[in-house]
Structures are given as structure tokens and as C-alpha cells.
Design a protein around this ligand. Structure first.
Ligand code: C5P
Length: 236
């Protein structure tokens, strides 16, 4: 079975390094987000890729095309596997151009899950529900060439239908049965998210704050059982 877990390194650099050591070969894919990247820069990405780990660089880029294209090219040079940008066609096309010829794949983020209907209307998006806006941006994202999307476990089945079987769908907001939900409100279990069509699951605190992170990772993996996830062909 291909391991679908991506562990979110939402930690100080020293803690992140220690955690990667502890998890050893049980986890091969890590998410580096704005906090760790802002603190440590590309060095932490190089360390991870140098140790044979794959990196999901979650920077949610949104800028003029030339800037996105050039920044994406730098991420590709670092050996990053997945990079997030906002799901606007111009931004996605620029990122695709920057990633051309590399192994880097571009994930689009549609509507942030911290947004509610009132936030959308504040921005002048009226007459559409959040789900409709997610679906509109996802369709445009597919047309613009996104390799996949970040989405909640509750959106994943819909996005799988829109984006097709080859798309990479990465789902945070997953918790094993009985695990502390933290501030996540709409969660699914890892097995449910994979069954709904997720390719990868981003898991943070359930593993990173566990007394024994390796045991926590093993528990999550055993909860998934022998599930063979949809994009195993992309993992070679
Ligand atoms: O600790 P936890 O498992 O909740 O961490 C989930 C990770 O996924 C965090 O890095 C968080 O920022 C990210 N994320 C999320 N929900 C979203 C998008 C990203 O929890 N809608």
C-alpha cells in the first residue's frame, strides 16, 4: 500500500527536526507551511528532501503571473513535490509554467475553510453558496491545469467528480475515531476521507503532539487498513 499520510510540520524548526527523526521511515511526506518556511526558509525544505522525504510546500501563492511563475520555479529547484496556489486561473497557469519540466505538481486552494457565506458576500460574491463557489473555482482550476486541490473531507467526493480520477486531492481536517479534534470542526476519519476520494491526508496535531508520534502514525495507518489510494501511480 502507498502511504497516503502527509504530516504537517506546524512546529518550531528544532521540534520539526526532532519529529522527523522520531517518525523515521514510517512517514515519507511532510507539509511545510507559512510558519516554518518563514522562520527557516528553503534550508528546511532542502534538509527534508536531502533526507529522502517528499515535501508539500503550502504557501498558497497569490500574486501577478511573473512572480508566481518565478517563485514556483524556485520551489521546483528545491525538489518540492506539491505546492499550493490560490485557485484563480491566471495564478494556476503561472505556477504550471514555473513548474514546467520538473516533478513539482500544483495544488489549488479554492475557498478557505475559515470563510463563511458573509465573508464571500463581503467580497462581492453574491448569489452563490460556498459549495457553489468551491465548485466554480475547482472547474476553472481544472481548465487552467491544476494537478489537484486541497479540500475538506466533506468536499472531496464532489471535487473528485469535477477533477477526475487522475487529480491529486489532499485533505486536511482528518482525525482518527476518538482522537482530539482540536479546533477542527468538520472532520472525517482517515478511512472515510480516502473512501470519499482523497489521495493524501494531511495530519498535524494527532501525530505531532502525541506523546509517541510513531505510535500515533502507526495507529492512523492501521485505521486505513489496506486501502489502496487513487494516485499510487504518481508516487513512483
Ligand atoms: O493539526 P491538524 O491535523 O488539524 O492540522 C491540519 C493541517 O492542515 C494544518 O497545517 C492546517 O493549517 C491545515 N489546514 C486545515 N484546514 C484547511 C486547510 C489547511 O487544517 N482547510
Amino acid at each position: 500500500m502507498t502511504n497516503p499520510l502527509i504530516v504537517a510540520l506546524d512546529l518550531e524548526a528544532a521540534e520539526a527536526r526532532a519529529l522527523v527523526q522520531k517518525l523515521g521511515s514510517s512517514i515519507g511526506f511532510y507539509k511545510v507551511g507559512l510558519e516554518l518556511f518563514t522562520a527557516e526558509g528553503p534550508a528546511i525544505v532542502r534538509e527534508l528532501t536531502g533526507a529522502g522525504k517528499r515535501v508539500f510546500l503550502d504557501l498558497k501563492m497569490y500574486d501577478i503571473g511573473e512572480t508566481v511563475k518565478r517563485a514556483t520555479a524556485r520551489a521546483a529547484e528545491l525538489g518540492v513535490s506539491l505546492l499550493t496556489v490560490h485557485a484563480h486561473p491566471q495564478v494556476i497557469r503561472a505556477a504550471r509554467a514555473g513548474a514546467a519540466g520538473s516533478q513539482l505538481q500544483i495544488l489549488a486552494v479554492t475557498v478557505l475553510t475559515s470563510f463563511n457565506q458573509a465573508d464571500l458576500e463581503d467580497l462581492g460574491v453574491s448569489g452563490r453558496t460556498i459549495s457553489e463557489q468551491v465548485e466554480l473555482l475547482a472547474s476553472k482550476g481544472v481548465e487552467a491545469g491544476a494537478d489537484g486541490f486541497v479540500c475538506s473531507p466533506l468536499e472531496v467526493a464532489r471535487l473528485r467528480a469535477i477533477a477526475g480520477p487522475g487529480a491529486i486531492l489532499v485533505t486536511p481536517g482528518v482525525r482518527s475515531p476518538g482522537a482530539d479534534q482540536g479546533d477542527q470542526k468538520r472532520v472525517a476519519t482517515p478511512a472515510e476521507a480516502l473512501a470519499a476520494g482523497a489521495s493524501y491526508l494531511v495530519i498535524g496535531r494527532e501525530i505531532t503532539r502525541a506523546a509517541e508520534p510513531s505510535a500515533a502514525a502507526e495507529r492512523v495507518l492501521s485505521g486505513i487498513g489496506s486501502f489502496k489510494h487513487l494516485n499510487s501511480d504518481r508516487d513512483s
